[in-house]
Ligand binder design. Structure first.
Ligand code: MG
Length: 255
């Protein structure tokens, strides 16, 4: 089922999105060489609590994970890309970190992710990958609006990823979102224009282009959650929740 939210519900989702964006911005500002992934998790827990919100992750127990996630933010370092379970690990200069955060506030969920390089070391290949996912996300958002089809967004995202030479994994992509974190429709990171569900105002989508430098194959870490590149190469991931509006699309997860 695809939820169509009323304008007051979209307004509530806008507040959730603003909180997700603000927490990610704050986490990024606090992250430096030596920051431990468990500290990031604890900061996130505290900010979610202070806002009177709830984590979508703590009790999340989907078929692709092992038991409940049990933490408040996904922390994926270097070759890790999705569902990164926080561990007792301190970040080093030049690490590529992805933070993925979904929370529920006043009955509405929002979901976003950022990738960035920790510290000051020069990491041109990592920065190029991050830039590619950001441009792919912008292209997907630009293609979104009433009347557009999921295939149009998928094609826009995939065209940027492919043009930059990255293989595309089709197992995990974007998704509908609303009163819960993961809903239909699935939004693959490449596709054919003119195909799929036709968007209308009130639909919320989380678009999330992610790439691995030289493979489309994932392996699951021993922790049962973290997905890594099969070759050990670096990865990047950028995500926003957007609302389809009468005029186009609005990003909800800006700070
Ligand atoms: Mg998501």
């Amino acid at each position: 089922m695809i939820e169509i939210l009323t304008p007051p519900e979209v307004d509530r989702a806008r507040r959730t999105g603003g909180l997700v964006g603000a927490i990610l911005q704050d986490l990024r500002a606090r992250t430096s060489v030596g920051t431990n992934l468990l500290e990031l998790d604890e900061w996130t827990r505290s900010m979610i609590n202070d806002a009177g919100a709830e984590s979508c992750y703590v009790d999340y127990a989907p078929s692709f994970g092992r038991g409940r996630f049990g933490h408040h933010v996904c922390t994926a370092v270097n070759d890790a890309v999705l569902h990164g379970l926080p561990h007792d690990r301190s970040l080093a200069d030049g690490d590529l970190l992805t933070l993925d955060l979904a929370i529920l506030l006043d009955g509405m969920a929002a979901d976003a992710a950022i990738s960035f390089v920790v510290g000051n070391s020069d990491q041109p290949e990592s920065l190029a990958m991050i830039n590619t996912t950001e441009r792919a996300l912008a292209a997907g958002i630009a293609a979104a609006g009433p009347g557009a089809r999921i295939g149009d967004l998928a094609h826009a995202i995939g065209s940027v990823l492919s043009a930059d030479g990255y293989p595309i994994n089709l197992e995990f992509g974007g998704h509908g979102i609303g009163t819960t974190m993961h809903q239909d429709p699935h939004v693959p990171n490449t596709g054919r224009p003119g195909r799929g569900y036709q968007l209308r105002p009130g639909v919320l989508l989380a678009l999330e282009p992610w790439i691995m430098a030289d493979t489309d194959e994932l392996i699951t870490d021993d922790d049962g959650w973290t997905l890594r590149s099969a070759t050990g190469c670096r990865t990047a991931h950028t995500e926003h929740t957007i609302a389809i509006t009468p005029d186009g699309a609005e990003i909800l997860t800006l700070p």
